[in-house]
Design a protein around this ligand. Sequence first.
Ligand code: ADP
Ligand code: MG
Length: 364
Amino acid sequence: MEVVLKDLTKIFPSRNKKSSEEVVAVNKVNITIPDGKLIGLLGPSGCGKSTTLYMISGLQKPSGGQIFFGEDDVTELSPEHRGVGLVFQNYALYPHLTVKQNILFPLQNLKGEDKLSKEEMLARAYEVAKLVQIDDLMNRKPSELSGGQQQRVAIARALVKMPRVLLLDEPLSNLDARLRLQTREEIRRIQKATKITTVFVTHDQEEALSISDYIVVMKLGVVQQIGKPQAVYDSPENLFVAKFLGTPPINVLNGRVQNETLYIGFDAVLKTPGVKDQDVYVGVRPEGFVLAEDGALTCKLNAVEVMGRDVSVVCTNEASVNPVIRAIINAENTIDEEKETVRFNLKANKTFIFNKETEERIFF
Ligand code: ADP
Ligand code: MG
């Protein structure tokens, strides 16, 4: 089922009666989610991810715009008629019911044509329980399960009605690091097996990059960029997206273009053919530095941190916006830690420049 959001907007009235300031939580969002794909909706807390998801589910009514499931305009349709499965961060299981009863619950309210016999319901419940690998826990209560197992029950419960669209709102946030990794792989496996069009909301860029067919980066209710994870990482369209993706984060420096050459301080670091003279922000990915005796950019060396396969060179430069610059270098390079300075060349495909005012990318 393809899902299309067209100019989708949500405005909340002011919470404070005295002030007239309303919150534009979601601002003219246009996204096409291809059939059977998983898209990661990514952005910092408060950027409108959950609100977007709740509008897709029907739990919240848009202030403007439309939502299509395939050919159907579902904008005015109630949540029960949309055929969506929803999973929240805090599993929201019924504590007094067993796992089996929790999974059966959505089926017991089906009416009319959709009504199932007891046998059919049980068969479905066991089918999804098997899919999420909790079929041996069916008689336990939620309190007798780990966080990861509880979240699997919540996913099974969302899947049991065979939804057209699966919506996951930060489903891994309550899990510890190891379970988070395991459950995220599990969600990917289930999504691929069921081919249900899925929207996965997270503020964790690494999570979104690893799990998604496409990512949508949002800021203050506005979509910043949509694309395949690697494509967005490799070619961010503005400084916000560049800074939001990647660990360690991108290094940002003040720079200047003069005579089609990029300068950081007095160091001429790259050729920028076709770019007009101007001040810019320079973003350099940690893997964009190449150690070189006669390198173009000179930095003051702070420390060399061993990370196994790679080493992290921590250094400073007066033009740096952040307190330190972090360069990731292959561990086969030898760096004399006693040295005061270290010199790099910059990889052109890992170095981005941005307009100082708009923070939009300047391509060269
Ligand atoms: P996210 O899920 O990305 O953290 P939300 O969609 O929950 O963000 O919220 C987006 C913005 O809308 C925030 O500024 C939030 O405070 C505001 N907001 C969310 N729900 C309501 C509400 N029911 N009433 C008023 N403002 C809200
Ligand atoms: Mg949220």
